[in-house]
Write a protein of this length. Structure first.
Ligand SMILES: [Fe+2]
Length: 197
């Protein structure tokens, strides 16, 4: 097995361990069996190096998980999901995600999608929604979550938040970045769209 494959498989096994320990994740969606690593292109964007180098204010209980994800950063297909004319250039410098597990992810499955999301400090991810039901799991850092039908909350490492289908939400960071898993089930083929709320 190549070094890169080891890095991917290590991240997958850290995530699977997390699934076995957190019923909030396994109750949302079962962790898929027999995930196959595909040969996807890698794509570097401004947050790639930021995640790779992030080692401040980490939760020691999730340090192996965090490190397994940050080590992946140079080898994955980072995306923005939005165009510059929709969100502005500054946002594209502060945000990105990659589909680690999913129909078009590095580990292919049609049972769920797991996106790794990174939002820099002092950033604002504007209101958006999507067809898929979504569970956020915070790996590292901190952010304010606003949603149409829920109270505003500050979430940090190990916290979760559920968004119903088409429930608009927005995310703001201050002095910390935030690294999260964004898990989608049902209708995950439809992408996220900005909303006015
Ligand atoms: Fe979302």
């Amino acid at each position: 097995m190549s070094n890169t494959e080891n890095i991917f498989n290590n991240a997958k096994s850290e995530i699977e361990k997390l699934w076995n320990n957190k019923s909030v994740l396994s109750n949302f969606v079962k962790f898929p069996k027999n995930l196959l690593l595909k040969d996807l292109n890698k794509n570097k964007i401004p947050v790639t190096d930021k995640l790779f180098k992030w080692n401040l204010n980490l939760n020691t209980k999730l340090i192996e998980l965090h490190n397994s994800i940050s080590k992946l950063s140079p080898y994955v297909n980072w995306e923005h999901g939005y165009k510059e004319k929709e969100v502005g250039k500054d946002f594209l410098n502060r945000y990105g995600f990659f589909e680690l597990i999913g129909p078009t992810g590095h580990f292919k499955t049609s049972e769920m999608a797991l996106y790794v999301n990174y939002l820099c400090k002092n950033a604002y991810y504007p209101w958006h929604n999507h067809d898929a039901e979504e569970l956020y799991f915070i790996v590292s850092g901190k952010a304010k979550f606003e949603s149409k039908d829920q109270n505003t909350e500050i979430l940090s490492s190990t916290n979760t938040r559920l968004h119903k289908s088409f429930e608009s939400h927005a995310i703001t960071t201050d002095e910390n970045p935030v690294l999260s898993f964004v898990i989608w089930k049902n209708k995950f083929e439809n992408v996220s769209k900005l909303t006015k709320d």
